[in-house]
Design a protein around this ligand. Structure first.
Ligand SMILES: C[S@@+](CC[C@H](N)C(=O)[O-])C[C@H]1O[C@@H](n2cnc3c(N)ncnc32)[C@H](O)[C@@H]1O
Length: 243
């Protein structure tokens, strides 16, 4: 059991609601911030238990910002813990929140989990995550649940949206400039990690990737056959490869 799991297992304080497999994911991506006074933002305060867990895990000096739509959550404000009340689907609220916040080391989206909430929160807050920070969205199984606006391969679900971000990560290799270009996302994201119901995006300032050959070649390299115009056209029209 990692320290977060232990805290959760022993918790008799404020309620925490977590899927068991999340603890391994958290520890894998968050442990490098422990003891370094990080700034953590969590959407979804609920009964305040997870804020206590983060405070314990990251240690003294941690700055926690909890965000929730429920004004009852204000009661969890204490030194080092600020609570903001608002709707994470509301871009105006998110923009004003972002203006008030210092760069975010870790953002955890555990709010209402609808597609609109997850996408708006990502679009408005991701630019405010620090250059070496982490963005984590959890409970993405709602992308498959109709009540939350999801559905298998449904356009507009957060999972489908996140699949699009994979293109952004790889845009250095685009052959279709103008249609598919290097973006701020490409330049600022080191990696995306998909787990059951969780996406973690690790930021790092990126340079165009480079490669080289080293060592002695022993025989001629395999050269992929050039596509004929007909093959290219058929592929574009999705007619399949000729036999
Ligand atoms: C899953 S609970 C959070 C659980 C908590 N982080 C924990 O680990 O115990 C979800 C919270 O999101 C809040 N929420 C729901 N819709 C929201 C919205 N549109 N904007 C902000 N918070 C919202 C709810 O009030 C609720 O407190």
């Amino acid at each position: 059991m990692n320290d977060l799991e232990q805290f959760f297992a022993a918790n008799t304080g404020r309620l925490i609601h977590k899927w068991h497999h999340y603890f391994e994911v958290y520890d894998r991506h968050f442990s490098r911030f422990r003891g370094k006074s990080p700034h953590i933002v969590e959407f979804g305060v609920s009964q305040g238990g997870s804020l206590q867990m983060w405070k314990h895990y990251f240690g003294p000096g941690t700055r926690l910002d909890g965000v929730d739509i429920n004004p009852e959550c204000r009661r969890f404000e204490e030194p080092g813990v600020r609570i903001s009340i608002g709707d994470q689907a509301d871009r105006g609220f998110l923009r004003s929140l972002a203006k008030e916040l210092p760069p975010i080391d870790i953002l955890i989206d555990d709010g209402g989990h609808t597609m609109e909430q997850q996408i708006h929160t990502f679009e408005e807050l991701f630019p405010h995550v620090a250059p070496h920070g982490v963005y984590l969205c959890e409970d993405m199984h709602t992308s498959y649940w109709r009540k939350w606006g999801g559905g298998f391969r449904r356009r507009g679900s957060f999972v489908e949206y996140a699949k699009g971000l994979i293109d952004g990560l790889n845009a250095w290799h685009s052959e279709e400039r103008g249609r598919f270009d290097v973006s701020d996302f490409t330049r600022s994201v080191h990696s995306m990690h998909f787990y059951d119901s969780v996406l973690v995006i690790e930021k790092r300032p990126m340079q165009p990737p480079s490669h080289e050959r080293r060592g002695q070649a022993l025989f001629a390299d395999y050269v992929p056959p050039k596509q004929t115009n007909l093959q290219r056209l058929k592929r574009q029209l999705k007619l399949g490869e000729p036999r």
